[in-house]
Design a protein around this ligand. Structure first.
Ligand code: URA
Ligand code: SF4
Length: 212
């Protein structure tokens, strides 16, 4: 593969991968970002959770899901009864993509080319962890994990077979697609929020139960 491939060490564990990712120049996103944001969680996890890309807070702290979306995710995992020791958390794209508006840095969705460039990292992580299930949160993650574009509404909450070589999860036991937790942050009214949260929790439970 093009992109990140030449920086990805072979047969490496997740710590070695995270170390090597600091040197990655697989696409132009490393330039404006503060640092690479790799992953958190044990490499014997049975669930791998995949987000889109680090946000502003994650970029500053160097850890995935430590900002507002991470709060939603933590609450949803707890509601689903999934202990943190069981999950390895990562992103489809490892550098924060943003545009500057004065002093603010606004999230900018990664292009398909960024997802493709960064795919060797995710593929190597799944190969290292060999989880029973990979959960793709949102459209960008689903594209990386499955290697094709899907409509979240059509596939969410079902236990899918692992993809072929085009998807990063080909060494996982199964795949579950759900919404991205940050989608909840845009919901204003309470009932809409509750419904979206319950659906996220239900999809996470489905994923956890796919683990036998
Ligand atoms: N959103 C993501 O997709 N990933 C993070 O790490 C934080 C927010
Ligand atoms: Fe490498 Fe991914 Fe960062 Fe691009 S986004 S430089 S491919 S780690």
């Amino acid at each position: 593969r093009p992109g990140a491939q030449e920086w990805v060490p072979e047969q490496a564990g997740t710590d070695a991968l995270g170390e090597a990712a600091h040197r990655c120049r697989g696409c132009e996103l490393w330039g404006p970002a503060t640092q690479v944001v790799f992953s958190s969680g044990p490499d014997d996890a049975d669930v791998v959770l995949v987000g889109e890309q680090p946000g502003d807070r994650e970029d500053r702290e160097g850890e995935p899901f430590v900002g507002p979306a991470g709060r939603v995710l933590a609450d949803a995992l707890e509601a689903a009864g999934i202990g943190r020791e069981r999950v390895y958390v990562t992103n489809a794209v490892k550098h924060f993509r943003f545009t500057e508006r004065g002093k603010r840095r606004l999230h900018k969705t990664p292009d398909v080319a960024h997802v493709r460039a960064c795919l060797p990292w995710l593929e190597a992580e799944v190969a290292a962890v060999r989880p029973r299930v990979v959960v793709a949160m949102g459209a960008t993650a689903a594209r990386a994990v499955l290697g094709r574009s899907v409509r979240i509404g059509e596939v969410r909450g079902r236990v899918l077979d692992p993809p072929g070589d085009a998807g990063a999860a080909h060494e996982a036991g199964a795949v579950v697609v759900t919404t991205h937790p940050s989608a909840l942050l845009r919901l204003r009214d309470r009932s809409g929020w509750d419904e979206a949260f319950d659906s996220l929790v239900s999809d996470l439970r489905t994923a956890a139960q796919a683990v036998v």
